[in-house]
Design a protein around this ligand. Sequence first.
Ligand SMILES: O=C(O)[C@@H](CO)OP(=O)(O)O
Length: 342
Amino acid sequence: MVNAMLHQTVGTLQLLGNFGTHYEIRNDSVNLIPRGFKVEVELSKRGIYSSWEGKLGVIRASASQTSVVDPVLAPSNNVTHEPRTKSNETALILIRHGESLWNEKNLFTGCVDVPLTKKGVEEAIEAGRRISNIPVDMIFTSALIRAQMTAMLAMTQHRRKKVPIIMHNESEQAKAWSQIYSEETIKQSIPVIAAWQLNERMYGELQGLNKQETADRFGKEKVHEWRRSYDIPPPDGESLEMCAQRAVAYFKDNIEPQLQSGKSVMIAAHGNSLRSIIMYLDQLTSQEVISLELSTGIPMLYIFKEDNFIRRGSPVAPTETGVYAYTRGLAQYRQKLDEMLH
Ligand SMILES: O=C(O)[C@@H](CO)OP(=O)(O)O
């Protein structure tokens, strides 16, 4: 069964992800995309495509240019008041999860799936206030509950009031059973993709151990080396370098294309998976990343423009204005939100 509408106009193929099975075109092949997103492909030659095969089929077309358009923001859409940033820049927000129950107990956590404390919940809500005027079209989280709680709690504060919805693409049945049957409802949703590649670095045999007791037992220097060196893994665990390999690869393959296609993205993840992504964004050396520390629940803002990441916020300042230097596009988005909501 083909669950997509296919329109042909001169030189353009348009696929509208419809009611649950959705497609993305990259290098001429069709992959899953979050529901509700429209994909347009400019064909390099008129009529070059020949077939549409059902399920996750392949369009045999030579695409000269592709773009993914949020239907709410598409020019053809009747919704004229939707705020948006200038089309040539998108926002990237990184949030380390709020305090977890094991942060509070000072235990090595890694990939153990521990929820937030009450303080962590409050930090996530506060983080949400700080980004409440910044566009979010898509959310990526790790597979761990502390990052997912943080993303969801933060979004309760967003002024645009779209509903974050976790995508369940793990099986055909999960996909089928989580379909939404209203285009309008889809437009008012934000897809949330949970990816294990964004998980905290796996801490091996240190997971569950108390950080202070481990330092007393193995020595402060050894434990510091395990925690903050770039390429020395803790016993049976991942070094930051190993964590970076999977987290940065995921970022490049799955998140950067979304930014390039005009979507603003929020990532809720962990101290070390985010340190490795920041190492890539800020082009830090393996020496420089060692001294990079991230606080829980502080959102960091980047602008993606002309294939560059420009850091717009310091992780330490306590207020929204202290944290972010707004671009003109962000200021306009904020103003439009004001107009829309008052
Ligand atoms: O325990 C962990 O998983 C991490 C993050 O809390 O600890 P560290 O500060 O050593 O990176």
